[in-house]
Design a protein around this ligand. Structure first.
Ligand code: BMP
Length: 239
C-alpha cells in the first residue's frame, strides 16, 4: 500500500499541496511543510521549484520531514533509460513518488520506468488527461489507450483533471478502486474544492490557492472544510 493512502487513515485531509513557484523561498517552503504536514496528505514539487533551488536543498527539507510524503512532479516523457536515470536521482533526493506522462507508451517507455520504480519502492503516477482546455485536442483522444496501458502496468495511480469531473468519473469507473487518482485543477483553475473527490478522486492537488495565500494554515483548513462540505452536500461517486 502506498504511504499516501496510509496518510488518510492517519486522519489527514485529502490534499496534496503543489509547490511550483520559486518566489516561495526555501525557508517559506520548509515553514509551509512544518505548519501543514499534520493537515495534508503530502506535497508535490514541480520542475521550476526543483530547477531553481536544486535537488540537494530540497532533499535537506525532505530528510527533516521523513514522516510526510513528497511527489516529484517531473512529468517524465522520455525513453525508458533516461526516465529511469531521472527517477533514480529523484529517489536519492528523498521523493516518495514521481509523475510521468502516459502518452509515451509501453515498450521502451513506461514499462521500463515502472520496473525501476518498483525496484526503488517509488510510487508512480501516470497522467491520463490534463486540466487545461488543450488536453481535449490530443491527450483526451488517446486517453483510452493510456488507461489500457495503466491496466497492464498497474502503477500506483493516475493524474486526472478536476476541471472535467466527467473524466474523473470515467477513469474511476474504468479502473475501479485499485488505483489512487490525484487531481489538479481545483481552486485557481476553476473547479470547486471537493468536486474532484466527489467525482471519484482520492486527493485534490492544490497549488496557488494555498501557496500564494497570506496565511497558509488558514488557507489549508479552508480548503479541507470546503472539500468536506462539498462531499457531504452532494451525491458522490462511491456513496
Ligand atoms: P494550481 O492549484 O496552482 O493551479 O496548481 C496545479 C498544480 O497541478 C500544478 O503543480 C500543475 O503542474 C499541476 N497540474 C495541472 O495543473 N494540470 C494537470 O493536468 C496536471 C498537473 O500536474
Amino acid at each position: 500500500m502506498s504511504k499516501l493512502v496510509g496518510r488518510i487513515s492517519e486522519g489527514r485531509g485529502r490534499v496534496l499541496i503543489a509547490v511550483d513557484d520559486p518566489s516561495l523561498s526555501l525557508k517559506d517552503f520548509e515553514s509551509l511543510v512544518l505548519r501543514t504536514k499534520e493537515l495534508v496528505a503530502g506535497y508535490k514539487v514541480g520542475v521550476p521549484y526543483l530547477l531553481s533551488f536544486g535537488l540537494d536543498s530540497i532533499r535537506d527539507i525532505i530528510r527533516r520531514y521523513e514522516d510526510t510524503y513528497f511527489i516529484a512532479d517531473l512529468k517524465l516523457a522520455d525513453v525508458d533509460v533516461v526516465m529511469s536515470l531521472t527517477v533514480r536521482v529523484a529517489r536519492a533526493g528523498g521523493f516518495d513518488g514521481v509523475i510521468a506522462h502516459g502518452f509515451v507508451g509501453r515498450e521502451g517507455g513506461l514499462e521500463g520506468l515502472h520496473k525501476v520504480c518498483m525496484d526503488l519502492n517509488m510510487d508512480l503516477y501516470v497522467l491520463v488527461s490534463m486540466s487545461h482546455p488543450g488536453s481535449l485536442e490530443i491527450y483526451d483522444l488517446v486517453m483510452d489507450k493510456v488507461l489500457a496501458l495503466v491496466e497492464v502496468l498497474k502503477p500506483t495511480g493516475v493524474v486526472a483533471p478536476a476541471t472535467r469531473s466527467n473524466v474523473i468519473k470515467y477513469v474511476r469507473q474504468r479502473l475501479g478502486r485499485h488505483y489512487i487518482i490525484i487531481s489538479p485543477g481545483v481552486g485557481v483553475q476553476g473547479a470547486e474544492f471537493g468536486s474532484a473527490l466527489c467525482a471519484g478522486a482520492d486527493f485534490e492537488i492544490v497549488g496557488r490557492a494555498i501557496t500564494k495565500s497570506e496565511d497558509v494554515v488558514r488557507a489549508t483548513k479552508y480548503v479541507i472544510k470546503a472539500q468536506e462540505d462539498y462531499v457531504r452536500s452532494r451525491k458522490c461517486v462511491g456513496d
